[in-house]
Design a binder for this molecule. Structure first.
Ligand SMILES: [Zn+2]
Length: 402
C-alpha cells in the first residue's frame, strides 16, 4: 500500500512499471566493477489530487549524500529572466530576506547577488554542493529541509520575504512537510519563486525519459494545488524549454489560498493514455534500432545524461548502442550504469564510423552539438533526437522522416 507524496491518499493507481534500474549517475569505472544495486522505477497516479509520482523508489541517501550533478554544469538560460521578473513585478527591495531551498552549488544566489540582492541564505543538504557554495561566499546551511530545520532557521533568521525553490520539489517525497515548511518560512504577503519540470510535456510528447531522482511529476494544476497547501497563490506563470519543459511561477502567501481538484479527471485520462502507449512505444523503438543494426549500421548516443540513460535502460535498447559520446572530461572512459555502454569523446563519431547518432541532449542544446560536427554530417552521418520536445525526434514519435 502506497501513500500519495502530496495529499497522503492511498488511492494510487499503477501507470507504468519500468523495472529495476541502478542510479544513473553512478557511472562504472570499468566493466569488471560489480553492478551497482538496482531500485524499482514504478510510476503511479493519485486519484485524489492528480499527482503522478514514483513509489517505492531509491532511498534519498543513496542519491544525495554526495551529489555530483552541480547546477553550474547545466546551461540555464532561464535564470536571468527569472531574476528580472522578480525585480520588475514585485515590491521587493534589494535588501529583503531571501532563502533558497536546495540551493545546490550556490549559482542562482550568486547571480541574485550580482543583480544587487544582499540578504540571501541557501539551504543545501549535499556536502559537495554545500562546500562549493560556501567557497563562492554564499551564506549556506548544510541541512535537509524538514519541520525541525525550518523551525531552527526561523528562530535564528526570522521569516523571509522571498523563498526560492528551483528544480527540487520534484525530488522530495514528503511534499506535505515541504508545504508546511514553506508556509512557516515565508512572511504573510511574502513571495515564492518555484521552478519544476512540466510533466504535461511528457504527456503531450510521449516522453518516457523520466529520472529516478524525480519522484514527483507536476503539471501547473498539481503545482497550484501543492502551493495552495502552503497557503500560496500563483500570481505569475510561464512554461519554458529546459530539459524538456519547465514551469516557472511566482506565488504570494495569502491567508485564504483557493484549492480546486476539478482538473483531476482530465489529467487522469491523459496519464492513462500515456501509460497505455508505453508498451507499443518501447517495442517500436527496439524494432527501429534492430532494423538499423541488421543493415550493418553503427549507432551512437550523444550525451551521457540522466534522462537519456534512463530512457536507454527503461526501453532495453543498450544492446543496439555502440558508444555514448560526451565531451565532458569527467564522464569519459567510464561506462553507463545498467546498459554498460562505453562513454567516449565525440571524436568517436569519426573514429568508429558511426552512421546514426541519437541526440540525448536537451533540445535547447541540439543546434550547438550538430554545429560542432558538420564534417561528420557531410560524411553521411545522421543526427536524430530521442528527447522531446525536439523537432528532430525519430518517427516512432510520429513526426519525422527517418
Ligand atoms: Zn494525492
Amino acid at each position: 500500500m502506497y501513500k500519495c507524496n502530496l495529499c497522503g491518499s492511498d488511492d494510487l493507481i499503477p501507470l507504468i512499471d519500468f523495472g529495476n534500474h541502478p542510479v544513473v549517475k553512478h557511472y562504472l569505472n570499468n566493466l569488471s566493477t560489480p553492478s551497482p544495486k538496482s531500485y524499482p522505477v514504478k510510476l503511479y497516479f493519485c486519484e485524489d489530487c492528480g499527482l503522478t509520482q514514483l513509489v517505492d523508489s531509491c532511498p534519498p541517501e543513496v542519491i544525495y549524500d554526495n551529489y555530483v550533478t552541480l547546477s553550474a554544469w547545466k546551461f540555464q538560460p532561464q535564470v536571468q529572466h527569472e531574476i528580472d521578473v522578480v525585480k520588475s513585478m514585485l515590491d521587493i527591495s534589494l535588501n529583503q530576506k531571501i532563502i533558497e531551498i536546495g540551493s545546490n552549488d550556490g549559482e542562482f544566489l550568486l547571480q541574485m547577488s550580482e543583480n544587487g540582492f544582499t540578504n540571501t541564505l541557501g539551504i543545501e543538504p549535499a556536502k559537495d554542493a554545500y562546500d562549493l557554495s560556501v567557497a563562492k561566499g554564499i551564506k549556506t546551511l548544510n541541512v535537509y529541509l524538514n519541520p525541525q530545520s525550518s523551525c531552527d532557521i526561523i528562530n535564528q533568521y526570522g521569516q523571509f520575504d522571498l523563498l526560492i525553490s528551483r528544480q527540487n520539489l520534484e525530488h522530495m517525497s514528503d511534499l506535505s512537510g515541504v508545504a508546511n515548511s514553506i508556509q512557516a518560512l515565508v512572511k504573510t504577503a511574502g513571495y515564492v519563486l518555484i521552478e519544476v519540470p512540466n510533466f504535461a510535456c511528457n504527456l503531450r510528447c510521449k516522453d518516457y525519459a523520466l529520472w529516478e531522482e524525480h519522484v514527483n511529476y507536476f503539471t501547473i494544476d498539481t503545482l497550484r494545488y501543492f502551493l495552495g497547501q502552503a497557503g500560496v497563490e500563483i500570481i505569475h506563470e510561464e512554461i519554458f524549454q529546459f530539459s524538456g519543459e519547465g514551469i516557472f511561477v511566482i506565488g504570494r502567501k495569502v491567508t485564504d489560498a483557493s484549492q480546486t481538484l476539478s482538473y483531476v479527471p482530465a489529467l487522469r485520462d491523459q496519464n492513462v493514455k500515456y501509460a497505455t502507449e508505453w508498451p507499443q512505444f518501447q517495442s517500436a523503438f527496439r524494432e527501429f534500432l534492430l532494423s538499423y543494426k541488421r543493415a550493418g549500421k553503427k549507432i551512437a548516443v550523444y550525451g551521457a545524461g540522466a534522462r537519456v540513460f534512463c530512457l536507454i535502460n527503461f526501453t532495453g535498447i543498450a544492446e543496439f548502442i555502440d558508444v555514448i559520446v560526451d565531451d565532458q572530461l569527467e564522464k569519459q572512459d567510464k561506462f553507463m550504469p545498467g546498459g554498460k555502454i562505453p562513454i567516449k569523446p565525440s571524436s568517436a563519431l569519426y573514429l568508429e564510423d558511426i552512421d546514426l547518432c541519437l541526440l540525448g541532449v536537451n533540445t535547447e542544446n541540439e543546434e550547438k552539438v550538430i554545429g560542432k560536427h558538420t564534417k561528420w554530417v557531410d560524411k553521411g552521418g545522421a543526427f536524430w533526437s530521442v528527447l522531446p520536445p525536439s523537432d528532430r525526434l525519430l518517427k516512432i514519435w510520429g513526426n519525422s522522416e527517418v
